[in-house]
Design a protein around this ligand. Structure first.
Ligand SMILES: Cc1ncc(C[n+]2csc(CCOP(=O)(O)OP(=O)(O)O)c2C)c(N)n1
Length: 549
C-alpha cells in the first residue's frame, strides 16, 4: 500500500525526472513528504511564475518535460504565464497543482479553481486525478502527451485527500517518446520541388529538434547550398556562421531578407508554425494561400494546413525529417548557390554592431566585445523588450540549445530561464539578458540562483522606461508619454543584498572589466548598464521615432 504522494514521486522517478521546480503549498504536503526520501532535487522557487518558466526552460533545452509543482488557487494562477509560454512555444511541461479535497469540490472551497476551465484553452491537456490507484497511468500519460506530437503543457490536479489515500497500484512505466518520420514519397516530393525551384528558402523553427538533427540539417543545407533562416527566437537551430545562414526571421527582420523570402518560389518550413511575429503578420508567407510553393514539415497533422495551405504537407518531427533529408542531394550545382553566399555575406554585415549610438554607454561596442569573449556554447536567456534586439541581431548563436527566450513574447523569462539553464548545464556560461522592466517581473528568482549556486550573469539594459511600449507610444501618440516611465532600485546593490555580485556600468569602456569581475566572482551577478533611453533601437533614437525622421 502506498499513499498518493508516494505514487506521484514514484511516477516521476519512473519517467526519469531528476529535478522539479516548486513553490510549496499545504495542498500537496503528501508529495513533499514523499520527496523527502527521493533523489529528485526540488528547486524551491519564490513565485510560481518563476517555477513554471523554469520547467518550461527545462523542456525547451532538453526536449523532455520540465516539471513543476504549485499549490491550488493563487499558486496555479501565478503559474499561468509559464503555462502560456509552454503552449505558444510548444515546450513539454508537466505542472502538478494542488486541489481541494474531493468532498469539497464545487463548493468554491478554499482556493478552489476549476482547472479544466482555467487552463482549458492554454494547456494541451488538463486532468484531475480522483483515484490514487490511477496515478501511475495518468502521470505517465501526462508526460507522453506533453512530449509527443506538438509538445505543450499538461496540468495535473491533485485533490488533497487523494494524495493521502493509501492504495495498491502497479508501478509506473516510463513514457516512450514517439517519432513520426517522413515517408519516401514525401521526401521525393520535396526533392522534386527543389529541382524545379530557382529561389528556394528554408526556415527552421519549432521544437522536437536534437543536436544530431541540427547537424544533419546543416549538412543537407551545405549539400543543397540552400539559404536558411531561423524563426523568431529559434536561432540556436543553425550555426549562424554556417555558409547557408541568411539571418533571423523574427521581429525587425533584415528588410533584404524579408524581401528575398517574399519573392522566393519555394519555402521549406521545418518544425515551425511560422506565426504572426516571424511571418511579419503573415506577409512573408500569406495565410491561407502563400505565393511560394510550401513544403511544411511539422510533428502534428492538425497544424498542417491550419494557417498555410501547403503544397506538400509532411507530418514528421523535424529531427526525423532532417535525417531523411540529409541523404538527398542535387544533381548539379544549384542555380541559387551564389545567391546563398550573398545572403550569408549580407547577414554578416547586418549582424555587425554599430560603432556609435546616443549616450555614454554604446551597446554596439559592448556587443562586439561580448562576441569576442563569450564561448560558443554560451546560453542566453531573456524575456521581452527592445533590449533583446541587441542579442537577436548581434549575437551569433553557434550551438544547439543555446537560446532560452519565449517566442510568446512574455516578459520576465530571463532570470528563471537562466537559473534553470545553469542548473541543467552547470559547465556552460549562462547570461541573462534583461531590461529594467523585464528583470523586475521575475527578478525574485535571483534568490533561487543564490540558494542553489547557479552563477548566472544578469545584464540589465536599464533605460528607466518600459521602452518597447514607449517606442510604440511615441510613434502612435508623439510626445504624449503615458504609463511607460519607471523608477528603479539600485540593481547592483540589490544583487549584493541577495548575496550576489553587483556592478554598475555608466560608460562603454567600463563594461568589459565589470563583466570580467562578475565572471571571476563565481556568484550570481547583476550588471546594471545605464542605457540612454534614446538608444531605443540599434539604429533609431526615440526622438527620431517621435519626429518620424
Ligand atoms: C508579461 C508581459 N507584460 C507586458 C508585456 C508588454 N511589453 C512588451 S515589451 C514591454 C516593455 C519592456 O521594458 P523593459 O524590460 O524595460 O525593456 P525595454 O523595452 O525598455 O528595452 C512591455 C511592457 C509583455 N510582453 N509581457
Amino acid at each position: 500500500m502506498k499513499t498518493g504522494g508516494q505514487l506521484i514521486v514514484e511516477a516521476l522517478e519512473a519517467n526519469g525526472v531528476e529535478r522539479i521546480y516548486s513553490v510549496p503549498g499545504e495542498s500537496y504536503l503528501a508529495v513533499l513528504d514523499a520527496l523527502h526520501d527521493s533523489k529528485i532535487s526540488n528547486i524551491v522557487c519564490r513565485q510560481e511564475g518563476g517555477a513554471a518558466m523554469m520547467a518550461d526552460c527545462e523542456g525547451r533545452l532538453t526536449g523532455r518535460p520540465g516539471v513543476c509543482f504549485v499549490t491550488r488557487g493563487p499558486g496555479a494562477t501565478n503559474a499561468s504565464p509559464g503555462i502560456h509560454i509552454a503552449q505558444q512555444d510548444s515546450n513539454p511541461v508537466v505542472m502538478f497543482v494542488g486541489q481541494v479535497a474531493r468532498g469539497n469540490l464545487e463548493r468554491e472551497a478554499f482556493q478552489e479553481v476549476d482547472y479544466k476551465a482555467f487552463f482549458g484553452s492554454m494547456a494541451k491537456w488538463v486532468v484531475e486525478i480522483d483515484d490514487a490507484a490511477r496515478i501511475p497511468e495518468l502521470v505517465t500519460r501526462a508526460f507522453s502527451v506533453a512530449a509527443s506530437g506538438r509538445p505543450g503543457p499538461v496540468v495535473v490536479a491533485l485533490p488533497e485527500d487523494m494524495l493521502t489515500d493509501e492504495v495498491e497500484a502497479p508501478s509506473a512505466l516510463p513514457f516512450v517518446p514517439v517519432e513520426t518520420a517522413p515517408g519516401e514519397a514525401a521526401i521525393a516530393a520535396t526533392v522534386a520541388l527543389l529541382e524545379k525551384a530557382e529561389r528556394p528558402f528554408v526556415i527552421l523553427g519549432g521544437t522536437r529538434w536534437t543536436e544530431d538533427a541540427v547537424d544533419a540539417m546543416c549538412a543537407a543545407l551545405e549539400t543543397w547550398k540552400l539559404p536558411v533562416g531561423c524563426s523568431f527566437r529559434r536561432q540556436a537551430l543553425c550555426d549562424q556562421l554556417h555558409a547557408s545562414y541568411a539571418g533571423d526571421v523574427g521581429i525587425g527582420i533584415n528588410p533584404k531578407l524579408g524581401d528575398y523570402i517574399k519573392k522566393a518560389d519555394m519555402v521549406l518550413l521545418v518544425g515551425g508554425r511560422f506565426g504572426e511575429m516571424p511571418s511579419s503578420d503573415y506577409s512573408l508567407l500569406k495565410s491561407p494561400y502563400p505565393d511560394q510553393k510550401l513544403v511544411h514539415v511539422y510533428p502534428d497533422a492538425s497544424e498542417l494546413g491550419r494557417v498555410y495551405r501547403p503544397t506538400v504537407a509532411i507530418n514528421a518531427t523535424p529531427a526525423a525529417f532532417a535525417q531523411a533529408f540529409a541523404v538527398t542531394g542535387p544533381k548539379a550545382t544549384p542555380v541559387w548557390a551564389n545567391r546563398t553566399a550573398e545572403l550569408h555575406e549580407d547577414y554578416l554585415s547586418w549582424s555587425t554592431p554599430p560603432a556609435d549610438g546616443p549616450g555614454p554607454v554604446k551597446m554596439g561596442p559592448i556587443m562586439a566585445w561580448l562576441e569576442k569573449t563569450l564561448p560558443e556554447d554560451v546560453i542566453i536567456a531573456n524575456g521581452a523588450g527592445n533590449f533583446a534586439t541587441w542579442v537577436h541581431r548581434f549575437h551569433r548563436f553557434r550551438r544547439f540549445a543555446s537560446q532560452a527566450a519565449p517566442t510568446s513574447g512574455s516578459m520576465g523569462y530571463g532570470v528563471p530561464g537562466g537559473v534553470a539553464a545553469k542548473l541543467m548545464f552547470p559547465e556552460r556560461e549562462v547570461i541573462v539578458w534583461a531590461g529594467d522592466g523585464d528583470f523586475l517581473m521575475n527578478g525574485q528568482e535571483f534568490a533561487t540562483a543564490l540558494q542553489y549556486g547557479a552563477p548566472v550573469i544578469v545584464v540589465i539594459l536599464n533605460n528607466g522606461i518600459y521602452g518597447t511600449i514607449r517606442m510604440h507610444q511615441e510613434r502612435e501618440y508623439p510626445g504624449r508619454v503615458s504609463g511607460t516611465t519607471l523608477r528603479n532600485p539600485d540593481f547592483a546593490a540589490l544583487a549584493r543584498a541577495y548575496g550576489g555580485h553587483g556592478e554598475t556600468v555608466e560608460r562603454t569602456e567600463d563594461f568589459a572589466a565589470a563583466f570580467e569581475r562578475a565572471r571571476a566572482s563565481g556568484l550570481p551577478a547583476i550588471i546594471d548598464v545605464k542605457l540612454d533611453p534614446e538608444a531605443i533601437t540599434p539604429t533609431r533614437t526615440l526622438t527620431q521615432i517621435r519626429e518620424k525622421r
